[in-house]
Design a protein around this ligand. Structure first.
Ligand code: RTP
Ligand code: MG
Length: 139
């Protein structure tokens, strides 16, 4: 099951800049099915827990405060080879280095405000999806 699912967030910058619809359109056009989705504003605690893996990194504080700066869209997506294909669709972490046509290249402004999150492994896709969604919220 894990091998064909990934987890994503449309980050506060992309939401504030009006890109929810365009990003969902790109995701669906690339062949991903939406399994679960919600529109929420993370608290300091929830964002801190979600990014606990980055706790020792220098950008952790900025990352948590950015991710709590406004609402986000969280979703579980399904497609063959979902994790890798979604990372390809969103492009490099730094939008200046993201390939043309990728979501970060089109909608992100900086390495901090980089429009979307994508899980980096099947194991993390499962963990991250479970962080946000119960079994009754997946279809
Ligand atoms: P994400 O988890 O959001 O999909 O991004 P990613 O895998 O491409 O990058 P990751 O290494 O997991 O970092 C998480 C987020 O932290 C910010 N970051 N800033 N200033 C920096 O060097 C730096 N490195 C990472 C980014 O906003 C990144 O999305
Ligand atoms: Mg990451």
């Amino acid at each position: 099951m894990a091998t064909n699912r990934t987890f994503t967030m449309i980050k506060p910058d992309a939401v504030a800049n009006g890109h929810i619809g365009a990003i969902l359109n790109d995701i669906i056009a690339a062949g991903f099915k939406i399994v679960a989705m919600k529109y929420i504003h993370l608290t300091d605690t929830s964002a801190g827990n979600f990014y606990a893996v980055h706790k020792e990194r220098p950008f952790y504080g900025d990352l948590v405060s950015f991710m709590t700066s406004g609402p986000i869209v969280a979703a579980i997506l399904e497609k063959e080879n979902a994790v890798e294909d979604f990372r390809t669709l969103i492009g490099a972490t730094d939008p200046a280095k993201a390939a043309e046509g990728t979501i970060r290249s089109k909608y992100a402004k900086s390495i901090d405000a980089n429009a979307v999150h994508g899980s980096d492994s099947d194991e993390n896709a499962d963990i991250e999806g479970n962080f946000f969604f119960s079994q009754f919220e997946r279809f």
